[in-house]
Design a protein around this ligand. Sequence first.
Ligand code: ASP
Ligand code: CP
Length: 320
Amino acid sequence: MRHLLSAGDLSADEITGILDLAEEMSAVQDRPVKKLPALRGRTVVNLFFEDSTRTRSSFEIAGKWLSADVINISAKGSAVSKGESLRDTVMTVGAMGVDAMVIRHMASGAPWQVTGWVDASILNAGDGTHEHPTQALLDAFTLRRHFRRLDGGDLTGRTVAIVGDVTHSRVARSNVLLLRTLGAKVVLVAPPTLMPAGIETWPVAVSHDLDAVLPAVDAVMMLRVQRERMSGGYFPTPREYTISYGLTRPRLESLRPDTPICHPGPMNRGLEISAEAADAASSLVLDQVAAGVSVRMAVLYELLGGAEEMPVTRAHEVLA
Ligand code: ASP
Ligand code: CP
C-alpha cells in the first residue's frame, strides 16, 4: 500500500489486516513506556488546512509512539495564510524529504492531486465532504471489538444506521464503503434535505423515519450537523431537527440495551445527540478516540514500515 486515499481502495483482507495490526498496536496504550522503534528515522508531516482535534493529535501520537519524527503544519500560522497555493506548500514540504504527509483539506479530491506532486505517501485525513478513510477504519475497529465481546462475531451481516447530515459527511461516505466491503448493511437516516443527490445509486437502504429504524439496528452512528458547510436552511430550526433526527433520551430508551452508539466527534450535544446518549454506558465515543491512535499506528506502519530499522516480523515480535 503506497497511499491511503479512499476507504473504497481497501479489500476486505486489507481492512482485516489493518484492524488486526491495530489490535496489536493497542497494547502499547496500556504500557508505561509507549514507544516502539518501528518507524525510527521516518518523518511524517501533518498538513491540516481544516481544523481538527482528534485526527491531527492521534496521527501525531501514533507517529511518535512508533518513533517517527512528526511535524505539524496548519493553515493558520504557515505561509498558506500569505496566499501560498496547495501545490507550492506541498512541494515545499516534499522537498525537505519527508516520508508521509497526512492531509486534511476543504477541497474534495485534494489528496489525490497531491500524490502527483510529491514522492511521499499521502494519507487522506478528510477531504471536503468526500472521504475520511481512517475514521471509517477506527469505527470498524471499535464496532468489531464490541461485537466480538458481545457474541464473538464481527461486522458481517450487522445493520448499522448512519444518522444525520449525510450530505456534508465524509465520515458517512467512507463508512458506507468500508462497512459494505466488510459485509455489513447500512441504513442512512436523514431529512430529505440532508440526503445527497444520487443516493439511490449507493449500496444502502434509506429512511427518513428514525423511530422506525432504531429498534431494528445493531449499531447507531450519529453524524454532526456541519453548520460550517451549510449556506442555506437545511432544516426549519435546531429544535425541529432534534425532535425528528436527534438521539434524544426517549430514543436512547427505544434502542436494545446492547446497541452501541458511535459519533465521530466533535459532538453538538443537545442537537444531534443528547447528553444522556453521548454519556450512556452503550456509548463508544471515547473508545472510537482511543481506537484512532491504534488504527493510525497500524496505517502508518503499513505505509512506512519495512525500513531497515524494523522489518514487519520484528515489529510483531516487539509487540507480542
Ligand atoms: N471530525 C469529522 C470530520 O472531520 C466529523 C465532523 O467534523 O463532523 O469529518
Ligand atoms: N472525527 C474527527 O475527524 O475529528 P476531528 O475533526 O477533531 O479531527
